[in-house]
Design a protein around this ligand. Structure first.
Ligand code: SF4
Length: 280
């Protein structure tokens, strides 16, 4: 396959819906989204529907993953008012489900865990019915940071495994087993919590490796799974190795459900927060 040319199933048309309300709100409240920072291909669809994944703790990451478009420069100081502004956005958008994430902040003593917890607290105060999903970094395996986040009682705790262990060299500073441990410990410490992970395909992994990762995630107590096509943000990023046919995504979805995941989204345009409110 010529990987320079996207196959027909990846030529997505921009949603013609109005995104101006979302963009104005984000500007007014000085909020970042991973939708914009990661150049998500679903942005026109999600913004037009009033959906966004909020990126707290600034937009600069302390790690150097070669597949990711989030900026890799010196992080900004923590803004203690940010949780209130996120909560205001959630209330104004009347979100029934919200996803909060951050760049990895290895420079902070708690990795940003306190800000995740504060954000959950503010959203609970102003939008008590909203289901809150946190997509967290690995906190370098720090248990106290993870416990801080779990104590805020999010509804879903997500941590993306991203790829198969053989390709972890593109996830600078990360460790496959440590990521599994984040999910395992979260499921162990909070019995009523749902855990979730995400996997990108098309990076050079084999089918057998993908199924092994799915099995490892299930062994770690993971209940929800997203599987999507990796798309390189630019020619300076890790190159796409393969475009995966939609039928293979569907076959993987069925296979993963058979392994015991409660809900699986699998398709070329699936991202970990895509249709996040539909996971039941
Ligand atoms: S799929 Fe997620 S990251 Fe992409 S635009 Fe939608 S909410 Fe944002």
């Amino acid at each position: 396959m010529n990987i320079q040319r996207k196959p027909e199933w990846l030529r997505k048309k921009a949603n013609p819906g109005d995104q101006s309300g979302m963009r104005q709100l984000l500007g007014e409240l000085r909020l970042n989204t991973v939708c914009q920072q990661a150049l998500c291909p679903n942005i026109s669809e999600c913004f037009a529907c009033g959906q966004a994944t909020f990126l707290i703790l600034g937009k600069n990451c302390t790690r150097l993953c070669s597949f990711c478009n989030v900026e890799k420069t010196v992080p900004i100081p923590v803004d203690p008012d940010e949780p209130k502004r996120v909560a205001e956005a959630v209330a104004r958008l009347k979100l029934s489900h919200v996803v909060i994430t951050s760049p990895t902040r290895d420079d902070l003593p708690d990795g940003g865990a306190g800000m995740y917890a504060a954000t959950v607290g503010e959203i609970r105060n102003s939008s008590p019915a909203t289901r809150i999903e946190l997509l967290i970094p690995d906190f370098q395996g720090d248990r106290v940071s993870l416990e801080t986040v779990l104590a805020s009682r999010p509804d879903i705790l997500a941590h993306n495994i991203e790829t198969v262990p053989r390709l972890y060299h593109i996830r600078s500073g990360s460790d496959y087993r440590r990521s599994l441990d984040v999910l395992r410990l979260s499921a162990c410490l909070s019995a009523d919590l749902c855990t979730k992970s995400g996997l990108m395909l098309g990076m050079g992994e084999t089918e057998e490796e993908v199924l092994r990762v799915c099995a490892d995630l299930r062994d770690s107590g993971c209940t929800y799974l997203s599987i999507g096509q990796y798309l390189a943000p630019s020619r300076h990023h890790y190159p796409v190795q393969e475009y995966i046919h939609p039928e293979r995504f569907e076959s993987l979805r069925k296979h993963a459900l058979g392994m015991g995941f409660k809900h699986v989204e699998s398709g070329p345009y699936v991202r970990s927060s895509y249709h996040a409110g539909s996971y039941v």
